[in-house]
Design a protein around this ligand. Sequence first.
Ligand SMILES: NC(=O)c1ccc[n+]([C@@H]2O[C@H](COP(=O)([O-])OP(=O)(O)OC[C@H]3O[C@@H](n4cnc5c(N)ncnc54)[C@H](OP(=O)(O)O)[C@@H]3O)[C@@H](O)[C@H]2O)c1
Length: 312
Amino acid sequence: MIAQNVGSSTLRVSRIALGCMQMSGTWNPQEVGLENVKKAIAAFESALQSGITLFDHADFYGATTCESIFKDCLKAVPGAREQIVIATKCGVRSGFYDLSQKHIEYSIYKSLDRLGIQYVDLYQMHRPDPLTHPEETAAALKKLVADGVVRHVGVSNYCPEQFRALQAYMGDIPLVSNQISISLMRLAPIYESWEGGDGILDQCMAQNVTPLAYSALAKNLLTSTDGVSGDGSKEKILQAVRTELKVQSIKYGATPGQIALAWLLAHPAGIVPVVGSNNPQHISEASQAVDISLEREDWYKLWTAAWGRGVP
Ligand SMILES: NC(=O)c1ccc[n+]([C@@H]2O[C@H](COP(=O)([O-])OP(=O)(O)OC[C@H]3O[C@@H](n4cnc5c(N)ncnc54)[C@H](OP(=O)(O)O)[C@@H]3O)[C@@H](O)[C@H]2O)c1
């Protein structure tokens, strides 16, 4: 699969990433058994065979079981660790956020231990914490980079102002990525500010930051074959988007999910969709979206279907 750099760093990643939030198949550590491990390894192997090199974790996914099961995946494929980029996150705790120096320094060593690795390639601050001054968060991150346990630093769910505030205290260490929710069902990062957009993609392009897109398939809404129930404005938009995805899937000889990913991949900000699946076939299918080049007119047809109106 084609690769790209993450922001201004030398880190090279596949254009589709695997989201590992479902990797253990449970949020109850007591339920993790041999079957869960087998399924996780099958998903991991499918991702590797499909050319996926970026794997996205967070400390609390599966109540920590997703990072732990990834250790089994790495053991099952000797040499894999050196071939891939491991991203994880910290800062979300039970009912609150915590990006204090103490918590970050605690979290990274727990993650390294669970994952069974010596360093994390990309350490992401999961959500902004209004109760920690960015100077303190930056101090913790700079130390982790200096200690060699973190290679590169990114953020998640940061608006442009929060991003700039943290970057201001990072010295010469760039924040290289911002993981945000973007899809045909969530356009805010793409809209102009006067249309209620948040300007994140423009900021990413201006500052050479890679946007990682979570819920890129709108959590299954764009791939599901179940009918759309309800007749509110959101349901009408979903129906219109699905209809256009279907039309284009026939034109491009692809699945609707692949078209939805190709739509994100076409944006010049270099969006990397983080696809959440533990199904080897779905992972392989998602990876093939990189081969689809949507025509400009088709990209706009999807955008206007998602917007609910034509371009002015
Ligand atoms: N930073 C954050 O705050 C944040 C928040 C949420 C998620 N994330 C990250 O983003 C990743 C993905 O997020 P998500 O799970 O919310 O969203 P998603 O990727 O939009 O949706 C996942 C759903 O799509 C289905 N799917 C995936 N590929 C498919 C395919 N090729 N065909 C049909 N269905 C397919 C999956 O079903 P199957 O399991 O059946 O394949 C699953 O139900 C997570 O794993 C995590 O790494 C980050």
